[in-house]
Structures are given as C-alpha cells and as structure tokens.
Design a protein around this ligand. Structure first.
Ligand SMILES: [Mg+2]
Length: 300
C-alpha cells in the first residue's frame, strides 16, 4: 500500500479551536495528526499564543493524546524573537509577557532589560498591570519600538473569553500614539517563516484554522491553500461577510480526515477541484451560498 502522499504538500495547523477547546481534545484531531506522521506529510502547529515555550506546548498536546515533538511547534513568540534578531542582532527588549516570549528572546541573543530598550515587546500573560504599562509608555515615548507578538483581541477559555494581546497593545497604542508592529498571524512575517519551516513552496502549503481574521486571512494573503474548521470561533453564517474565503470548509478536523481518507490523502484542494468532494464533508449551500464553488476551487 502506497503511504507516501504525492504530490508534496504540508499543513500549518492552528491549535485552539482546531485541535482542542479548552482542555478537551476535538474528536478526530489525534487521528489526523497520526495519519500525517504515518504518511510523512510535514506539518507545524501555528499558535499566536506567546505565553508558552515550544516544550510547554508539546507537553500540553501530549497530555491531550497527540503524539508530537518540539519541531512541530511554531509560536508567535518564536517568530517575534527570530524577527527581532534579524532586525537588530543582540538587541534589548522590555517584555510584557511570560516564559514563552522571554525564553525565545534569550535564545535569539536578546537581553531583557527595564531601561532604555530597543524594543517594548508585548505578548500574552496574566501579570499585566498599570505599573508595567506606565514603564512601557515611558520607554516607547523615549524611542523604543513597540512590537506585538499578535493582535488577537481576545482568546477563548472554558469560561468564555479573556482579553488577548491585542487588547493590551491597544492600551499602549492609545497612550503613546504609536502603532505596534505585529508579528503573529495574519502577519506575513510569521506565516512565511512557518512555511519555510515546512520546507515547502507557497502552493504546497495549506493553513488549517478556525479564525477568519488570522488563520484564513494570513493564508489567503500569502497564497496558501486554506481549510476553515467550524469547531472553533467561526460559524457558517459568519462567512458571507468576509471579502476572502477559505478553499475548503469542514465542520471539524475529523471530517477533513474522513475526506482525505477517501482520496488516499491527496491534498484536499486537489480532490475538491476534481469536483468529487462528497457534499457531506463540506457545508451545504443553505449555510454559505456558494460554498460548493469555494470547496471546488483550485489555485492552479
Ligand atoms: Mg484558533
């Protein structure tokens, strides 16, 4: 039996809302990842959450039942540190954020300081307070550049939503009149770096995500193929208001695995473009006017 998928392709996979919700694994996520490993289809988990290190993320995924390794994880903290190291090697940063961001900056030769930094870098965290904000405002007005790991306005939790990095950055932007430069999805800085991690071309790369404003927008802007799952923050009825659309829409990653099973794990956009994609795997026209067309479109 031929297990190696041909042609070459791979996935960038968002985590929250795609693989799990809160502390619960989304059914089918484990099977999907197992199949990718078995078939040598390259993938990276792409998260805007800068709070955790690569290792922390792996530990969490393994606890949920996913067999993954450090190399499979790419966070906005890693993308931010890598970007800053390219922009200004050996620079300094004042950080409002946690372990994932601090570790990544240190690993890229950055010193974390609290006086006259090159950059003020903001990531997710639970220690945000006005003292930190006041210090950051002083530094930004003194010439430090404002960097956001991401601009997500909020993040889902078991209890609803918590303010995201974007909400904290907005406070600094308002206070200083300085606009932040954001590195996380949908920024091409992170999307392109992740694609290069896969070692694939644009047309061989597919982004799977649950958020139109980050995963699907970022994928569309970079020219990647895109798969929207409805197991997270986006509902089918939200889709018509966006100027861009995913190539394929599925209820969850389980249906994507089913769809790929049927076609021997060929790239989903190829099977969809062959107009043989079973209607049961994608949304019907009642929930998204022209979705069958979207599902069957091809970039080639
Ligand atoms: Mg998500």
């Amino acid at each position: 039996m031929q297990l190696t998928a041909s042609p070459k392709f791979g996935f960038l996979i968002d985590m929250d809302g795609v693989l799990y919700r809160g502390t619960e694994l989304i059914p089918g996520a484990d099977r999907f990842i197992r199949e990718l490993c078995k078939r040598d289809i390259p993938f990276r988990f792409l998260t805007n959450n800068s709070q955790r290190t690569r290792r922390d993320v792996v530990a969490r995924l393994v606890r949920l039942g996913l067999e993954v390794e450090d190399r499979h994880v790419f966070t906005s903290a890693m993308a931010t540190a890598r970007f800053l190291a390219q922009q200004k090697p050996g620079g300094t940063a004042y950080v409002i954020g946690e372990g994932g961001l601090l570790t990544a900056l240190h690993q890229h030769g950055y010193a974390v300081v609290d006086h006259a930094p090159d950059y003020v870098v903001v990531g997710e965290g639970r220690t945000f307070n006005l003292e930190l904000v006041e210090a950051a405002v002083r530094m930004i007005l003194g010439g430090a550049k404002l960097i956001a790991t991401n601009m997500d306005p909020n993040c889902p939790t078991q209890n609803g939503l918590r303010p995201g990095c974007g909400a904290m950055v907005a406070m600094l932007e308002t206070a200083t009149g300085v606009k932040a430069f954001s590195v996380g999805k949908p920024s091409p800085v992170m999307m392109r770096a992740a694609r290069k991690e896969l070692g694939l071309t644009t047309d061989e790369t597919c982004m799977i995500g649950d958020t139109m404003e980050t995963d699907i927008l970022g994928g569309a802007q970079l020219g990647f193929h895109t798969v929207l799952v409805l197991s997270g923050g986006t509902k089918a009825e939200d889709l018509p208001r966006y100027a861009y659309r995913p190539d394929v829409v599925v209820p969850s990653i389980a249906e994507l695995a089913d769809m790929m099973d049927v076609y021997a794990w060929c790239p989903p956009w190829r099977t969809a473009s062959a107009k043989v994609c079973p209607a049961s795997f994608v949304l019907g026209p009642t929930s998204f006017d022209d979705l069958p067309v979207a599902a069957m479109s091809s970039k080639e």
